[in-house]
Ligand binder design. Structure first.
Ligand SMILES: O=CCCC(=O)O
Length: 450
């Protein structure tokens, strides 16, 4: 059986019977059959249903948000906001898919030559628990609008949310079978990728999971998109608006109880303002309300499993043993880990070198902007970076030096349906969202007429 366990109460809340091998292949067959008809529909028809999906999401945001909170401990206001963001991505692709995928004419020596974007078929999405709805919708909205079908292998701990997502598409009126949640464990992913009717795979998750999935996809010569971890730096230069940099900086690290690939995990402060900044930052973090994820004023919930809280506890304790100082926090109770701030950090410490997937920030100081860029780039990851400064031109002149998929100036790194999202280095490859995301799972076909 697959179970959802509320990490706040420890209670088993939902149980699911995993699909048999035969059932898995029947579901993929169904997706394949349905997709063959779906790809013939017009963008107008698809957009109508995708708009309806957005309506279903808005109508059910509280109920879906509550399930998210119960399954993985996210504070309820943040869970509802997540569902609302999913409605936005559905509306965005309903409005824009046709123009993103229209034929592109290119002048050559031909009478006529152009690029045509055709659907690929059934795409497998392997998705994580940290944003149980958003991670799936940012794949599904563009993929379905492009004429594909989707099968989902969600994290086992959020299967009720996964079923709810299937329900959204069914209730919106999408053909039955076009988007299906496969109730399976990770042990079945390899065989699903190898199924001849699966044409591509996208994974959001850890580096080992990404490496395993991309390895199988490569053997099968199937397209893969990977959105993996991050160790984003949040750089505050001495000419920054400190109040704003504190407000945004706290949110950048602690929202979703720190469980985000794009969270600011390394706080880099220019020496002159480090003390003043840190004083304000600590005060603000102290005021974050920890508590029951289902209560409206809770900002810090619990981590999605006790084991994850233990992992982060170890990263912090090992770093402290290596000489780091705990400025705040450092305590664990079950799946709860207190908001934590660590200073005197060196490059070799786990809290600096590794991704910390929880409410922990590692602080370092620097003398020059050049040095900050060097520290920021000193990471196996390359997802995003935030830089706070009033001298925007100076930062812009240095943007190309950052080894990241995104550079945000005077803002936290965030995903937005209108902008491409993804990383380089071990943060993955490919892009989600925007016109780039919808073109990941299409056949980019060259048409040439002599
Ligand atoms: O965990 C990474 C995704 C977070 C987001 O898209 O806001």
């Amino acid at each position: 059986m697959i179970h959802s366990i509320n990490p706040y109460t420890g209670e088993k809340i939902y149980s699911f019977t995993p699909l048999s091998t035969k059932e898995i292949s029947e579901k993929i067959d169904e997706a394949d059959l349905v997709q063959k008809e779906w790809k013939k529909t017009s963008f107008r028809e698809r957009a109508k249903l995708m708009t309806k999906a957005a309506e279903v999401l808005k109508k059910r945001k509280k109920a879906y948000g509550e399930v998210i909170s119960k399954e993985m401990g996210k504070p309820i206001t943040q869970a509802i906001a997540e569902v609302e963001k999913c409605a936005w991505v559905c509306e965005y692709y309903a409005e824009n898919a046709a123009s993103f995928l229209k034929d592109e004419f290119i002048e050559t020596d031909a009478q006529k030559s152009y690029v045509s974007y055709n659907s690929l078929g059934v795409v497998l999405a392997v998705m994580p628990w940290n944003y149980p709805f958003w991670q799936v919708f940012r794949f599904a909205a563009p993929a379905l609008m492009a004429g594909n079908a989707g099968v989902l292998k969600h994290a086992s701990s959020v299967m009720k949310s996964a079923n709810n997502i299937q329900e959204v598409f069914e209730e919106a009126g999408f053909p039955k079978g076009l988007f299906q949640n496969l109730v399976i464990g990770s042990d079945k992913v390899e065989s699903v990728i190898k199924n001849k009717k699966i044409k591509a795979v996208t994974l959001t998750g850890s580096k080992p999971a990404g490496s395993a999935v991309a390895g199988v996809a490569a053997q099968e010569i199937k397209k893969a998109v990977l959105e993996l971890g991050g160790n984003n730096a949040f750089i505050v230069l001495d000419d920054a608006d400190l109040e704003k940099a504190v407000d945004v900086g706290v949110n950048a690290r602690y929202q979703n109880t720190g469980q985000s690939c794009i969270a600011a995990k390394r706080l880099l402060l220019q020496e002159d303002i480090a003390e003043a900044y840190l004083e304000k930052y600590v005060e603000k973090v102290k005021k974050l309300k920890s508590g029951n994820p289902l209560e409206g004023d809770t900002y810090i919930g619990v981590l999605a499993r006790e084991g994850l809280a233990k992992d982060i506890e170890k990263q912090v304790n090992d770093s402290v043993k290596m000489g780091a100082k705990l400025l705040l926090g450092g305590e664990r109770k079950g799946a709860y880990y207190a908001p934590t701030i660590i200073t005197d950090v060196t490059d070799e410490m786990p809290v600096f070198k590794e991704e910390t997937f929880g409410p922990v920030i590692a602080v370092k100081t620097f003398k020059t902007f050049e040095e900050a860029i060097e520290i920021s780039n000193n990471s196996e990851f390359g997802l995003g970076v935030s830089i706070f400064s009033k001298n925007i031109n100076k930062v812009l002149e240095n943007v190309s030096k950052f080894e990241e998929g995104a550079v945000f100036i005077n803002e936290l790194v965030k995903s937005d349906p209108r902008l491409p999202f993804g990383g380089i280095k071990t943060s993955g490859f490919g892009r989600e969202l925007s016109s780039f995301g919808i073109k990941e799972f299409v056949n980019i076909k060259t048409v040439y007429v002599k």
